[in-house]
Write a protein that binds this ligand. Structure first.
Ligand code: DX5
Ligand code: ZN
Length: 226
């Protein structure tokens, strides 16, 4: 199995203090975050509403690190152009929302972005085996999407391991991202099952020292690389 060389951190602004968003995002970006994760919810695919592409364009005014937008929305195809124009670097769609996933991934690439595909906890990993050759990121949800601060679903760990096997078998050097309930405890199993990219919201932004909290998650994960 190809060893995981490094861990990528993607703090989710879902749990940030929106009145201090610039300050908090700059703090994580200047202290080792690899991406800023923007959770887009439509109140239809998931039972909650958050931000849209204007959040990405706003962040782009001051964030230098890549923006990773996680679209938890029905009909993502109709917004691909808007997210490209906003400056999104990685655009992730849910397998469950894309009847023509190959076409959607192609459209994301044609708009100059990296493309990710995400799976809900109840969705079988086999449903994306035939698209792994085309994507830049696979996102395994370890909570049902819609809210921050939920409990990590341990049954999803084996899906991370199967995704890692598929990615390695196809010789793909892509991000295997995990989102939902990631903290300095759950991270050890997440990394040991083969993930290399961590989204964390509440475990970073609900802590008094957000930089320390992010670094604690990364260093707990890095111990599993040795
Ligand atoms: C959940 C979102 C997550 C969320 C994670 O639907 O996709 O990115 O911010 O929050 P925590 O890290 O608190 O589980
Ligand atoms: Zn997310």
């Amino acid at each position: 199995m190809t060893p995981i060389r490094r861990i990528y951190m993607a703090p989710s602004i879902l749990s940030a203090d929106l009145l201090h968003l610039q300050e908090q995002v700059e703090l994580v970006a200047e202290n080792g975050a690899d991406f800023i994760h923007v959770d887009v919810m439509d109140g239809h695919f998931v039972p909650n509403l958050t931000f849209g592409h204007n959040m990405v364009s706003t962040l782009k005014r001051f964030v230098k690190i890549p923006i990773d937008a996680h679209l938890m929305i029905s009909n993502p195809d109709q917004y691909i152009e808007a997210y490209a124009n906003a400056g999104t670097d990685i655009l992730t769609v849910h397998q469950e929302t894309c009847p023509h996933l190959h076409r959607t991934i192609q459209a994301i690439h044609q708009h100059g972005m990296k493309a990710g595909v995400s799976l809900n906890p109840a969705t079988n990993i086999a449903t994306i085996e035939d698209i792994i050759a085309e994507v830049d990121l696979v996102l395994i949800m370890t909570v049902n999407p819609g809210f921050g601060g939920q409990k990590f679903i341990r049954q999803c760990l084996k899906k991370i391991a199967v995704a890692r096997e598929m990615i390695n078998r196809q010789n793909r050097d892509i991000y295997l991202q995990v989102d939902g309930g990631v903290n300095s405890e759950t991270v050890t199993e997440i990394i040991s099952h083969g993930a290399n990219t961590l989204v964390a919201g509440s475990a970073i932004f609900n802590e008094p020292d957000i930089v320390q909290a992010m670094q604690n998650i990364r260093s707990a994960g890095e111990k599993m690389l040795r």
